[in-house]
Design a protein around this ligand. Structure first.
Ligand SMILES: [Fe+2]
Length: 283
């Protein structure tokens, strides 16, 4: 088994997320926060501000005038879009890398992350979770951050993991735990702790494959799980582990979701695929 200290030590190799990203997300979820408070917070990070203005002025938004301030950008594009763009800008450097071990080429983990976040946004809207929509979007975006670290350990032990998955009925994350001593949910949660994410965001990242009952009873975690499942059903950069996770039908029942509803969400995401691709090229 791998020395877990070697794995945990790799967290420092990731590009840290700017602290203002978490603050912006938290502020945007406060019902009484003002737009100027959020704009001011964004202005504290010149790199994020510059990227934000560049994206808002791109053909993606098709605005009929140039925006030249964060306040303007919020006014024209809308706060929800701005918060999502801040999150995308804050994490893209990490996710654009190749993910060895999981059979994902350069940019594929990023495509999966952004599409999952998009699906999670649709699901959050359907379930009236507007109070936590940014948390759900961010959790879906970051759920597999542990793969960035665990990838090379998975690559080293892939054959052993694969035997457990294919011959012993293990899910991929259970096989990771058994062979490596830690799975990508656990190391992802550790990244979240080190980067001072909220307890809820850490919980969702650490349980996004719903490995225990508490997670299956938590609506936000279940929504992120479903977003992942829907991306897998759509075949969006599923990788070597893609179809090797447990499917919990009771989660659908608990949410009163039918297969028809899932098909409708898949169709809606499919219709937006071109926009998602455009966004991926911009960030
Ligand atoms: Fe995962």
């Amino acid at each position: 088994m791998t020395d877990l200290k070697d794995i945990v030590g790799q967290i420092d190799q990731l590009e840290p997320i700017p602290p203002i990203a978490g603050q912006i997300m938290a502020l945007a979820e406060e019902p009484d926060s003002s737009l100027s408070e959020i704009a001011e917070l964004i202005l504290n990070d010149p790199a994020i501000t510059a990227n934000l203005l560049k994206t808002c002025n791109s053909a993606y938004f098709g605005l009929n005038r140039k925006v030249d301030s964060v306040r303007d950008a919020i006014g024209f594009v809308g706060l929800d879009h701005i918060v999502r763009l801040v999150m995308l800008n804050s994490v893209s450097k990490n996710f654009n890398k190749q993910s060895q071990g999981y059979g994902l080429g350069e940019g594929e983990l990023w495509r999966h992350a952004v599409t999952s976040a998009h699906v999670a946004k649709i699901l959050a809207g359907k379930f009236g979770r507007s109070r936590h929509k940014h948390l759900i979007y961010t959790a879906a975006l970051l759920k597999d951050i542990g793969k960035l670290i665990l990838g090379r350990f998975v690559a080293f032990s892939f054959e052993e993991i694969n035997i457990l998955v294919n011959s012993k009925g293990y899910s991929f994350n259970d096989a990771e735990k058994k062979i490596i001593g830690m799975n990508h949910e656990e190391i992802g949660a550790m990244v979240g702790k080190q980067w001072c994410f909220s307890d809820k965001l850490i919980f969702i990242i650490g349980h996004h494959h719903l490995s225990n009952e508490t997670a299956r009873e938590d609506l936000e975690t279940s929504l992120v799980y479903l977003a992942d499942i829907i991306c897998m059903m759509m075949g969006v950069c599923t990788g070597a582990d893609g179809l090797s996770y447990r499917f919990y039908g009771d989660v659908l029942k608990r949410m009163d979701l039918t297969e028809k509803d899932l098909q409708a969400i898949i169709a809606e995401t499919g219709e937006n695929q071109q926009k998602i691709e455009h966004l991926l090229n911009l960030i």
